[in-house]
Design a protein around this ligand. Structure first.
Ligand SMILES: Cc1cc2nc3c(=O)[nH]c(=O)nc-3n(C[C@H](O)[C@H](O)[C@H](O)COP(=O)(O)OP(=O)(O)OC[C@H]3O[C@@H](n4cnc5c(N)ncnc54)[C@H](O)[C@@H]3O)c2cc1C
Length: 353
């Protein structure tokens, strides 16, 4: 029976980024996906690297800061392996903030915010001016996939994992195409994670998000992300979607349904137009939905799976999996290879209370 050091379930941005980190350390890695690689949340996403979103849980900050710092090197690695550059689309964000938030003293007045973005109607709100990047996941995905394919990583698509059994020395992974053996198994299956665990400490559930692409008016291009608690507008400034912007996104509990509802897209569009009225005549080009992997405390699960020796989790990245991929891959690889961790992994431990 074929045996690898590490078997990863899920070829989304988390599973493939982890595979690259482990491969760089000389380990043999198999990645299994039930469908095509990067066909779920990782390509549905808007691509904001929202490390300083005031809606993020406080305990996410160290992982967010690490990942934002790792991003340039991560994109450079993908380009070196794949030959495909992935440019940052934007480098700042205007983020609406409530007067009760601790960061409110750093906010711009409504007048200062409109000086930065004349198209903005702040409705009397204050905004943070965040130095935050965004990427186009539609550009990142082919670079990440080509990077993986340039290595010895064994990527098997249309191969769902059915069951996983650990002995004292190894893990057996039953798939639709037979059984594999690995020293360790890492569940990176996004919103589908732990579906075999009847009583997980931190259940992962799908949170649906609908969003759309609009064509930006030529007379009023956008060069920064505008975000409120209700809606965001993330412009594309380079690449195949240059001159367009993503408007997102709903947050819904409806299982694994990914149908798009025109009424919901119309509501998002109206919220965006209220914020940036010059978008009123912008045509909607395309709309879609994806499933965010959410945990009850909105923190990811990175580390050993409780009571399951040789099994690990790297999932639950909810609204920030594009941002958190480089740091998650580094931290998980450090845990798996018994190295010193770049940051304290305790807040993200699947065994946390
Ligand atoms: C609408 C929307 C907007 C978003 N915007 C942003 C954003 O702006 N910035 C940001 O940082 N994040 C954003 N996110 C969140 C981000 O997309 C996710 O957190 C991230 O993509 C999760 O990556 P993943 O690899 O864990 O999951 P996925 O990309 O969903 O990959 C999981 C993979 O596991 C596979 N799988 C499932 N079950 C099995 C099985 N049994 N066997 C084998 N394979 C299996 C699936 O086929 C899938 O390919 C957004 C998400 C959505 C939906």
């Amino acid at each position: 029976m074929q045996r690898s050091d590490f078997c990863i379930a899920g070829a989304g941005i988390i599973g493939l980024s982890l595979a690259l980190e482990l491969n760089r350390r000389g380990a043999s890695v198999t990645v299994l996906d039930q469908a095509d690689p990067l066909s779920e949340a990782s390509t549905a996403a808007a691509g904001m690297l929202a490390a300083n979103d005031p809606d993020n849980p406080t305990a996410l900050q160290p992982l967010s800061d690490l990942s934002a710092a790792l991003y340039p090197a991560y994109l450079a690695l993908l380009e070196r392996l794949s030959g495909i550059p992935v440019p940052f689309q934007t480098s700042t964000t205007l983020q609406a903030i409530e007067s009760t938030h601790p960061l409110f003293p750093q906010a711009l007045s409504p007048t200062a915010a409109t000086a930065l973005l004349p198209q903005l109607n702040p409705h009397g709100r204050s905004f943070l001016h965040l130095h935050e990047h965004s990427v186009d996941p539609g550009q990142l995905a082919p670079a990440l996939l080509a990077a993986v394919q340039s290595t010895t990583i064994d990527l098997r698509t249309h191969t769902p994992v059915h069951t996983v059994r650990s002995t004292t020395t190894a893990t057996q992974i039953d798939t639709a195409a037979g059984t594999l053996t690995a020293t360790s198994y890492i569940d990176c299956s996004g919103a589908w994670a732990i579906s075999q665990d009847p009583n997980p400490r931190h259940p992962v559930t799908p949170k649906k998000g609908q969003l759309c692409y609009i064509a930006l008016p030529e007379a009023a291009p956008l060069h920064l992300v505008v975000r409120t608690h209700e809606v965001y507008i993330a412009p594309r400034t380079t690449g195949p979607h240059a001159g367009q912007a993503i408007i997102g996104a709903t947050v819904e509990d409806c299982g694994f349904d990914t149908n798009v509802h025109p009424d919901d897209i119309a509501r998002l569009f109206a919220a965006a137009v209220s914020l940036v009225p010059s978008l009123a005549a912008a045509p909607i080009l395309e709309s879609w939905a994806g499933l965010r992997p959410a945990t009850p405390d909105r923190l990811p699960l990175i580390g050993p799976r409780p009571n399951h020796p040789h099994q690990f989790l790297a999932t639950g990245h909810y609204r920030n999996g594009i941002l958190l991929a480089p740091a998650t891959a580094q931290l998980m690889a450090q845990i798996l290879c018994h190295e010193t961790c770049s940051i304290d992994p305790t807040p993200y431990s699947p065994a946390r209370n």
